[in-house]
Design a protein around this ligand. Sequence first.
Ligand code: AMP
Ligand code: MG
Length: 349
Amino acid sequence: MYYNWEENTSTEELKVICNLIKNGELIIFPTETVYGIGANALDAEAVGKIFIAKGRPSDNPLIVHVASKEEIYNIATDITEVEEKLIESFMPGPFTIILKKKENVLPDIVTAGLDTVAVRMPNNLIAQAIITFSGVPIAAPSANISGKPSGTNISDIRNELESKVSAIIDGGDSSIGLESTVVKVINEIPVILRPGKITPEEIREVAGNVEIDKKVFEQVGKDEKVESPGMKHRHYAPNTKCQLIYAKDEKNQIFEINKRVRKYKGDVVVIGFTEHKKDIVVSEGRYIDIGSKHDLEAFAKNIYSELRNADKIKPEIILIEGVPKEGLGIAIMNRLLRTCEYDYFEYKE
Ligand code: AMP
Ligand code: MG
Protein backbone atom coordinates (compact mmCIF):
# COMPACT_ATOMS: atom_id res chain seq x y z
CA MET A 1 0.00 0.00 0.00
CA TYR A 2 1.23 3.45 -0.89
CA TYR A 3 0.08 6.57 0.93
CA ASN A 4 0.89 10.08 -0.11
CA TRP A 5 0.66 11.82 3.22
CA GLU A 6 0.97 15.33 1.90
CA GLU A 7 -2.05 15.13 -0.32
CA ASN A 8 -4.79 13.18 1.34
CA THR A 9 -4.09 11.24 4.49
CA SER A 10 -7.17 10.91 6.67
CA THR A 11 -7.55 9.73 10.25
CA GLU A 12 -8.99 6.55 8.76
CA GLU A 13 -5.77 5.91 6.84
CA LEU A 14 -3.64 6.72 9.88
CA LYS A 15 -5.61 4.06 11.73
CA VAL A 16 -4.92 1.51 8.99
CA ILE A 17 -1.19 2.32 9.04
CA CYS A 18 -1.01 2.09 12.85
CA ASN A 19 -2.90 -1.19 12.86
CA LEU A 20 -0.24 -2.63 10.58
CA ILE A 21 2.37 -1.72 13.19
CA LYS A 22 0.28 -3.17 16.00
CA ASN A 23 -0.20 -6.36 13.99
CA GLY A 24 3.52 -6.95 13.53
CA GLU A 25 3.85 -5.68 9.93
CA LEU A 26 6.60 -3.49 8.44
CA ILE A 27 6.00 0.05 7.22
CA ILE A 28 8.27 2.62 5.60
CA PHE A 29 7.75 6.11 7.01
CA PRO A 30 9.40 9.51 6.74
CA THR A 31 11.50 11.20 9.41
CA GLU A 32 13.45 14.45 9.18
CA THR A 33 16.77 12.59 8.78
CA VAL A 34 16.12 9.68 6.37
CA TYR A 35 13.19 7.31 5.81
CA GLY A 36 12.80 4.47 8.29
CA ILE A 37 11.64 0.87 7.90
CA GLY A 38 9.76 0.33 11.11
CA ALA A 39 8.13 -2.34 13.25
CA ASN A 40 6.65 -2.60 16.74
CA ALA A 41 9.75 -2.59 18.95
CA LEU A 42 8.00 -4.74 21.56
CA ASP A 43 7.38 -7.57 19.09
CA ALA A 44 10.47 -9.72 18.46
CA GLU A 45 8.96 -11.42 15.43
CA ALA A 46 8.03 -8.12 13.80
CA VAL A 47 11.52 -6.72 14.42
CA GLY A 48 13.00 -9.88 12.92
CA LYS A 49 11.27 -9.01 9.64
CA ILE A 50 13.29 -5.77 9.44
CA PHE A 51 16.58 -7.69 9.55
CA ILE A 52 15.34 -10.02 6.81
CA ALA A 53 13.96 -7.23 4.57
CA LYS A 54 17.20 -5.25 4.74
CA GLY A 55 19.61 -8.17 4.89
CA ARG A 56 20.93 -6.50 8.04
CA PRO A 57 23.51 -8.32 10.18
CA SER A 58 21.88 -9.39 13.43
CA ASP A 59 24.72 -7.92 15.53
CA ASN A 60 23.74 -4.38 14.46
CA PRO A 61 21.13 -3.01 16.91
CA LEU A 62 18.21 -0.79 15.92
CA ILE A 63 17.20 2.69 17.04
CA VAL A 64 13.92 2.75 18.94
CA HIS A 65 11.67 5.68 18.00
CA VAL A 66 9.37 7.27 20.57
CA ALA A 67 7.03 10.25 20.55
CA SER A 68 7.32 11.47 24.13
CA LYS A 69 9.76 11.71 27.02
CA GLU A 70 7.57 9.37 29.06
CA GLU A 71 8.19 6.66 26.50
CA ILE A 72 11.95 7.08 26.97
CA TYR A 73 11.53 6.24 30.64
CA ASN A 74 9.45 3.17 29.70
CA ILE A 75 12.36 1.59 27.85
CA ALA A 76 15.47 3.08 29.54
CA THR A 77 16.64 3.45 33.11
CA ASP A 78 19.30 5.11 35.33
CA ILE A 79 19.27 8.28 33.21
CA THR A 80 22.00 10.63 34.40
CA GLU A 81 22.01 14.41 34.67
CA VAL A 82 24.07 14.86 31.51
CA GLU A 83 21.78 12.50 29.59
CA GLU A 84 18.76 14.39 30.87
CA LYS A 85 20.22 17.68 29.62
CA LEU A 86 20.82 16.23 26.17
CA ILE A 87 17.31 14.81 26.03
CA GLU A 88 15.83 18.17 27.06
CA SER A 89 17.89 20.08 24.50
CA PHE A 90 17.84 17.88 21.41
CA MET A 91 14.72 15.74 21.53
CA PRO A 92 12.58 15.78 19.50
CA GLY A 93 15.12 16.20 16.72
CA PRO A 94 17.84 14.49 14.64
CA PHE A 95 19.53 13.08 17.74
CA THR A 96 19.89 9.55 19.12
CA ILE A 97 21.03 8.78 22.63
CA ILE A 98 22.35 5.44 23.88
CA LEU A 99 20.86 4.73 27.33
CA LYS A 100 20.88 1.89 29.80
CA LYS A 101 18.12 -0.49 28.74
CA LYS A 102 15.32 -1.26 31.17
CA GLU A 103 15.06 -4.99 31.79
CA ASN A 104 12.29 -7.14 30.33
CA VAL A 105 10.72 -4.51 28.09
CA LEU A 106 12.40 -4.69 24.71
CA PRO A 107 13.21 -8.03 23.09
CA ASP A 108 16.94 -8.78 22.70
CA ILE A 109 16.78 -8.68 18.91
CA VAL A 110 16.20 -4.89 18.99
CA THR A 111 19.42 -4.16 20.87
CA ALA A 112 21.45 -7.07 19.49
CA GLY A 113 21.69 -8.39 23.03
CA LEU A 114 23.39 -5.23 24.41
CA ASP A 115 22.39 -3.82 27.80
CA THR A 116 21.92 -0.40 26.21
CA VAL A 117 19.25 0.96 23.88
CA ALA A 118 19.45 3.68 21.21
CA VAL A 119 16.50 6.07 21.53
CA ARG A 120 15.32 8.76 19.14
CA MET A 121 12.35 11.10 19.08
CA PRO A 122 11.81 12.40 15.54
CA ASN A 123 10.41 15.88 15.03
CA ASN A 124 8.80 14.96 11.73
CA LEU A 125 5.04 15.27 12.28
CA ILE A 126 4.11 12.20 10.26
CA ALA A 127 6.55 10.06 12.25
CA GLN A 128 5.21 11.51 15.49
CA ALA A 129 1.60 10.78 14.51
CA ILE A 130 2.40 7.20 13.55
CA ILE A 131 4.32 6.49 16.76
CA THR A 132 1.69 8.16 18.94
CA PHE A 133 -1.32 6.43 17.40
CA SER A 134 0.38 3.05 17.20
CA GLY A 135 0.81 3.30 20.95
CA VAL A 136 4.12 1.39 20.86
CA PRO A 137 7.77 2.36 20.34
CA ILE A 138 8.88 1.73 16.77
CA ALA A 139 12.23 0.09 16.00
CA ALA A 140 13.47 1.48 12.71
CA PRO A 141 16.74 1.53 10.80
CA SER A 142 17.10 3.45 7.55
CA ALA A 143 14.96 2.33 4.61
CA ASN A 144 17.51 0.71 2.31
CA ILE A 145 19.10 -2.65 1.66
CA SER A 146 21.89 -3.08 4.21
CA GLY A 147 25.14 -1.46 3.05
CA LYS A 148 23.49 0.78 0.44
CA PRO A 149 22.92 4.54 0.76
CA SER A 150 20.00 5.39 3.04
CA GLY A 151 16.60 6.09 1.45
CA THR A 152 15.80 9.79 1.36
CA ASN A 153 13.05 9.86 -1.28
CA ILE A 154 10.22 7.56 -2.20
CA SER A 155 11.21 6.57 -5.71
CA ASP A 156 14.61 5.28 -4.55
CA ILE A 157 12.93 3.38 -1.73
CA ARG A 158 10.16 1.86 -3.87
CA ASN A 159 12.74 0.38 -6.22
CA GLU A 160 14.58 -1.26 -3.38
CA LEU A 161 12.02 -2.29 -0.76
CA GLU A 162 8.43 -1.99 -1.92
CA SER A 163 7.83 -5.72 -2.18
CA LYS A 164 9.10 -6.27 1.38
CA VAL A 165 6.80 -4.05 3.41
CA SER A 166 3.06 -3.67 4.03
CA ALA A 167 2.88 0.10 3.57
CA ILE A 168 4.96 2.99 2.29
CA ILE A 169 4.12 6.47 3.51
CA ASP A 170 5.33 9.26 1.25
CA GLY A 171 6.15 12.43 3.17
CA GLY A 172 8.26 14.07 0.47
CA ASP A 173 12.06 14.22 0.35
CA SER A 174 13.84 13.93 3.71
CA SER A 175 14.68 17.43 4.88
CA ILE A 176 18.11 16.64 6.38
CA GLY A 177 19.17 13.62 4.32
CA LEU A 178 21.77 12.19 6.76
CA GLU A 179 21.07 9.93 9.72
CA SER A 180 20.83 11.25 13.29
CA THR A 181 23.76 12.20 15.51
CA VAL A 182 24.34 9.21 17.83
CA VAL A 183 25.69 9.99 21.29
CA LYS A 184 26.64 7.88 24.27
CA VAL A 185 27.53 9.52 27.56
CA ILE A 186 30.65 7.85 28.97
CA ASN A 187 32.05 9.06 32.33
CA GLU A 188 29.76 12.09 32.08
CA ILE A 189 31.18 13.09 28.69
CA PRO A 190 28.95 12.96 25.58
CA VAL A 191 30.80 10.91 22.99
CA ILE A 192 29.66 11.17 19.38
CA LEU A 193 29.56 7.69 17.87
CA ARG A 194 27.99 8.88 14.63
CA PRO A 195 28.06 12.57 13.65
CA GLY A 196 24.97 14.22 12.20
CA LYS A 197 23.04 17.44 11.93
CA ILE A 198 23.45 18.16 15.64
CA THR A 199 27.12 19.19 15.75
CA PRO A 200 29.80 18.69 18.43
CA GLU A 201 29.69 22.46 19.10
CA GLU A 202 25.97 22.33 19.88
CA ILE A 203 26.47 19.39 22.23
CA ARG A 204 29.38 21.06 23.98
CA GLU A 205 27.27 24.14 24.54
CA VAL A 206 24.67 22.08 26.39
CA ALA A 207 26.85 19.58 28.24
CA GLY A 208 30.04 21.60 28.71
CA ASN A 209 32.02 18.85 27.05
CA VAL A 210 32.05 16.63 23.98
CA GLU A 211 34.25 14.03 22.32
CA ILE A 212 34.18 12.48 18.88
CA ASP A 213 34.90 8.74 18.89
CA LYS A 214 38.07 8.28 16.88
CA LYS A 215 36.43 5.57 14.79
CA VAL A 216 34.26 8.27 13.21
CA PHE A 217 37.07 8.94 10.72
CA GLU A 218 39.05 5.72 10.99
CA GLN A 219 38.63 2.34 9.46
CA VAL A 220 37.59 -0.29 12.00
CA GLY A 221 39.46 -3.58 12.04
CA LYS A 222 37.37 -6.73 11.65
CA ASP A 223 37.69 -7.94 15.23
CA GLU A 224 38.14 -4.56 16.86
CA LYS A 225 35.91 -3.63 19.78
CA VAL A 226 33.75 -0.58 19.05
CA GLU A 227 31.16 1.43 21.01
CA SER A 228 28.63 1.13 18.21
CA PRO A 229 28.35 -2.06 16.17
CA GLY A 230 27.27 -0.08 13.08
CA MET A 231 30.79 1.33 12.80
CA LYS A 232 32.07 -2.08 11.72
CA HIS A 233 29.75 -2.69 8.82
CA ARG A 234 29.95 -1.71 5.15
CA HIS A 235 27.73 1.31 4.68
CA TYR A 236 26.26 4.00 2.42
CA ALA A 237 27.83 2.49 -0.70
CA PRO A 238 26.47 2.24 -4.25
CA ASN A 239 27.54 -0.66 -6.50
CA THR A 240 30.21 1.35 -8.31
CA LYS A 241 33.47 1.93 -6.46
CA CYS A 242 33.92 5.48 -5.20
CA GLN A 243 36.86 7.70 -4.30
CA LEU A 244 36.79 10.74 -2.05
CA ILE A 245 39.17 13.60 -2.84
CA TYR A 246 39.89 16.59 -0.65
CA ALA A 247 42.31 19.50 -0.77
CA LYS A 248 42.06 22.59 1.38
CA ASP A 249 42.91 24.72 -1.61
CA GLU A 250 40.23 24.36 -4.26
CA LYS A 251 42.61 24.66 -7.19
CA ASN A 252 44.40 21.58 -5.89
CA GLN A 253 41.10 19.80 -5.39
CA ILE A 254 40.08 20.46 -9.00
CA PHE A 255 43.57 19.45 -10.23
CA GLU A 256 43.43 16.14 -8.33
CA ILE A 257 39.99 15.33 -9.69
CA ASN A 258 40.94 16.15 -13.26
CA LYS A 259 44.03 13.96 -12.91
CA ARG A 260 41.76 11.03 -12.09
CA VAL A 261 39.26 11.84 -14.83
CA ARG A 262 42.15 11.46 -17.28
CA LYS A 263 43.48 8.33 -15.61
CA TYR A 264 40.08 6.67 -16.07
CA LYS A 265 39.82 8.05 -19.65
CA GLY A 266 36.64 9.91 -18.78
CA ASP A 267 34.75 6.80 -17.65
CA VAL A 268 33.85 8.46 -14.36
CA VAL A 269 31.04 10.36 -12.72
CA VAL A 270 32.05 13.34 -10.62
CA ILE A 271 29.89 14.46 -7.72
CA GLY A 272 31.04 18.03 -7.23
CA PHE A 273 30.17 21.60 -6.39
CA THR A 274 28.26 23.98 -8.64
CA GLU A 275 31.28 26.31 -8.70
CA HIS A 276 33.64 23.60 -10.02
CA LYS A 277 31.51 22.34 -12.88
CA LYS A 278 33.18 24.57 -15.47
CA ASP A 279 36.69 23.45 -14.43
CA ILE A 280 36.25 19.70 -14.20
CA VAL A 281 36.89 18.00 -17.52
CA VAL A 282 34.10 15.42 -17.78
CA SER A 283 31.72 14.93 -20.67
CA GLU A 284 28.05 15.94 -20.64
CA GLY A 285 25.91 14.06 -18.12
CA ARG A 286 28.88 12.92 -16.04
CA TYR A 287 28.97 15.81 -13.62
CA ILE A 288 26.50 15.67 -10.76
CA ASP A 289 26.09 19.11 -9.23
CA ILE A 290 25.66 18.62 -5.49
CA GLY A 291 25.09 22.32 -4.84
CA SER A 292 27.21 25.28 -3.86
CA LYS A 293 30.42 24.65 -1.88
CA HIS A 294 28.91 27.03 0.67
CA ASP A 295 25.75 24.95 1.08
CA LEU A 296 26.59 21.78 3.05
CA GLU A 297 22.91 21.35 3.91
CA ALA A 298 22.18 20.76 0.22
CA PHE A 299 25.12 18.33 0.05
CA ALA A 300 23.72 16.36 2.99
CA LYS A 301 20.18 16.39 1.66
CA ASN A 302 21.04 15.16 -1.83
CA ILE A 303 24.10 12.95 -1.51
CA TYR A 304 22.43 9.53 -1.09
CA SER A 305 20.06 10.03 -3.96
CA GLU A 306 22.86 11.35 -6.18
CA LEU A 307 25.04 8.34 -5.35
CA ARG A 308 22.22 6.16 -6.66
CA ASN A 309 21.95 8.34 -9.78
CA ALA A 310 25.70 8.12 -10.35
CA ASP A 311 25.45 4.32 -10.08
CA LYS A 312 22.87 4.22 -12.90
CA ILE A 313 25.44 5.67 -15.32
CA LYS A 314 27.68 2.65 -14.52
CA PRO A 315 31.05 4.43 -14.72
CA GLU A 316 34.29 2.75 -13.72
CA ILE A 317 34.50 5.00 -10.68
CA ILE A 318 32.55 7.76 -8.91
CA LEU A 319 34.80 10.66 -7.81
CA ILE A 320 33.41 12.72 -4.94
CA GLU A 321 34.57 16.12 -3.76
CA GLY A 322 35.33 16.19 -0.03
CA VAL A 323 34.45 19.00 2.37
CA PRO A 324 36.20 20.40 5.46
CA LYS A 325 35.61 18.32 8.60
CA GLU A 326 33.74 21.07 10.42
CA GLY A 327 30.11 21.48 11.48
CA LEU A 328 27.85 19.40 9.22
CA GLY A 329 31.00 18.57 7.19
CA ILE A 330 32.00 16.12 9.95
CA ALA A 331 28.90 14.02 9.28
CA ILE A 332 29.27 14.27 5.50
CA MET A 333 32.89 13.12 5.61
CA ASN A 334 32.09 10.32 8.07
CA ARG A 335 29.52 8.90 5.63
CA LEU A 336 31.60 9.43 2.48
CA LEU A 337 34.63 7.68 3.96
CA ARG A 338 32.44 4.61 4.28
CA THR A 339 30.83 5.14 0.88
CA CYS A 340 34.34 5.01 -0.55
CA GLU A 341 35.40 2.15 1.71
CA TYR A 342 38.17 4.47 2.93
CA ASP A 343 39.57 5.11 -0.55
CA TYR A 344 40.34 8.70 0.40
CA PHE A 345 42.93 11.06 -1.02
CA GLU A 346 43.81 14.13 1.01
CA TYR A 347 46.16 16.63 -0.61
CA LYS A 348 48.92 17.57 1.78
CA GLU A 349 49.75 21.27 1.36
P1 AMP B 1 20.80 2.76 11.37
O1 AMP B 1 21.51 1.54 10.90
O2 AMP B 1 20.80 3.85 10.32
O3 AMP B 1 19.51 2.49 11.96
O4 AMP B 1 21.71 3.37 12.56
C1 AMP B 1 21.69 2.92 13.87
C2 AMP B 1 23.07 3.09 14.44
O5 AMP B 1 22.99 3.13 15.85
C3 AMP B 1 23.96 1.94 14.08
O6 AMP B 1 25.24 2.41 13.81
C4 AMP B 1 23.94 1.09 15.33
O7 AMP B 1 25.06 0.29 15.47
C5 AMP B 1 23.83 2.15 16.41
N1 AMP B 1 23.24 1.61 17.65
C6 AMP B 1 21.99 1.18 17.83
N2 AMP B 1 21.81 0.74 19.08
C7 AMP B 1 22.98 0.91 19.73
C8 AMP B 1 23.44 0.65 21.05
N3 AMP B 1 22.66 0.12 21.96
N4 AMP B 1 24.73 0.96 21.35
C9 AMP B 1 25.54 1.50 20.43
N5 AMP B 1 25.16 1.78 19.16
C10 AMP B 1 23.91 1.48 18.81
MG1 MG C 1 21.27 2.55 7.99
